[in-house]
Design a protein around this ligand. Structure first.
Ligand code: NAD
Length: 369
């Protein structure tokens, strides 16, 4: 097991990464669970595959688990979903000093975290992430949110968990496509800030995706450590450091919007293609070499993630995609900061990008042979 501290004044916590942590839930979180009864908010699939493991561990330590089931899918992150969950937590008698456990991917983590941020003005929660994306990204850093008609994650709060238990055996049951989507966020840490990790993934990516114990543990732990460093430096995304985590997300968001935020393109797939576009756009601006941009594209394509815009079958032009970016929540006083590359392993925030130029660039990618 690897312990990665997230250092935040007054709100520090540990992320534990390892195999079989679910069986140790009571040992690892016992100090946070004050009462016999423990509310657990669970993604339905996560509960089917791993609920018994969690329940056995907690009941062996004298706890009674009370389950709240969440249907898989983004729809759960809604006002209605939030209302239903907060009503349930109140009915369970959850108090400010209590902790709620979130078992599932980013959907359950975001929804539960947000509910806990407002329940009685804030109660505790423990993240037990069960997807690769949630283990390396969404469970760490305290961003919580729901979606509204106006867009994704527009209503939310910063509310840090008290503990994260990332049990890599949970990924054994994850569908391959979800595994690859999460891998996009893993490789992101290499591209944005760690060239050695990028090189390591070139050799070990297939083993990570095949859930090889050692490779997976190293990839998750390295990713979490990178995120923990960034969050400790810029918890509320005010200095620009945390914004680097948005590498690939501005292009990706436009692609997700154009495909209707549907299964046609999972978030991680959009980010993967978005990172290729960010790298190629960096090359277009003379920031990196075309060869380096193609190294990024090859690394993404090598694991079966989408790397070519012209293969998505979009019936739109670059202007339409750029227009989606205007609704990006990263818009700041009329400008849209883009995360671009000075090198593989060195991302920066560019604030001088003209959307018309981005639209022209996207046209070249849509039309590429
Ligand atoms: N808070 C943050 O910092 C942050 C960062 C990135 C993404 N997000 C959010 O995270 C969400 C995406 O998270 P996600 O990719 O984990 O998706 P998800 O929570 O929708 O889970 C993906 C699918 O995997 C299934 N699943 C979960 N665990 C499983 C397991 N162990 N075995 C089998 N199936 C399992 C789920 O039922 C679902 O069908 C989005 O809502 C996104 O906005 C938040």
């Amino acid at each position: 097991m690897v312990v990665i501290p997230v250092e935040l004044a007054g709100r520090s916590y540990d992320v534990l990464v390892g195999r079989g942590l679910l069986e140790q839930t009571a040992d690892k979180s016992g100090h946070l669970l004050r009462k016999a009864s423990v509310p657990v908010v669970a993604d339905r699939n996560a509960r089917i595959h791993h609920g018994v493991r969690l329940e056995n561990a907690l009941s062996a330590a004298g706890h009674a688990v009370h389950w709240y089931d969440v249907e898989p899918g983004e729809a759960a992150k809604s006002w209605q979903g939030l209302e239903r969950l907060t009503d349930w937590l109140l009915a369970q008698g959850v108090e400010r000093g209590d902790h709620v456990i979130a078992l599932g991917g980013g959907v359950v983590g975001d929804l539960t975290g947000f509910a806990c941020s407002i329940l009685k003005r804030g109660c505790g929660f423990i993240q037990v992430p069960t997807t690769l994306l949630s283990q390396v990204d969404s469970s760490v850093g305290g961003k919580t949110a729901i979606n509204t008609a106006a867009g994704k994650n527009l209503i939310g709060a910063f509310h840090q968990p008290s503990l994260v238990l990332a049990d890599t055996t949970c990924l054994d049951s994850l569908p391959d496509r979800e595994m690859r989507a999460g891998y996009a966020e893993v490789i992101k840490y290499g591209i944005l800030g760690d060239a050695d990790f990028f090189d390591w993934l070139a050799d070990h990516g297939p083993a990570v995706l095949a859930r090889d114990d050692a490779a997976l543990a190293q990839a998750v732990a390295t990713s979490v450590a990178a995120k923990a460093r960034i969050v400790a430096e810029d918890e509320r995304e005010t200095s620009g450091t945390r914004a680097l985590l948005n590498l690939g997300h501005t292009f990706g968001h436009a692609l997700e919007a154009e495909t209707g935020f549907s299964d046609r393109l999972l978030h991680g797939e959009g980010v993967a293609l978005g990172m290729v576009l960010a790298a190629r756009y960096s090359a277009r601006r003379g920031l990196i070499s075309a060869a380096d941009a193609e190294r990024v594209a090859s690394a993404i394509a090598a694991v079966g993630l989408p790397s070519e815009l012209n293969t998505l079958g979009l019936a739109c032009d670059g202007r339409t995609l750029a227009d989606h970016m205007l609704h990006d929540k990263k818009m700041d006083a009329g400008t849209l900061p883009f995360v671009l590359l000075k090198a593989i392993g060195e991302a920066f925030l560019a604030r001088d990008i003209e959307l018309a130029d981005v639209a022209e660039f996207l046209d070249t990618q849509l039309q590429a042979a």
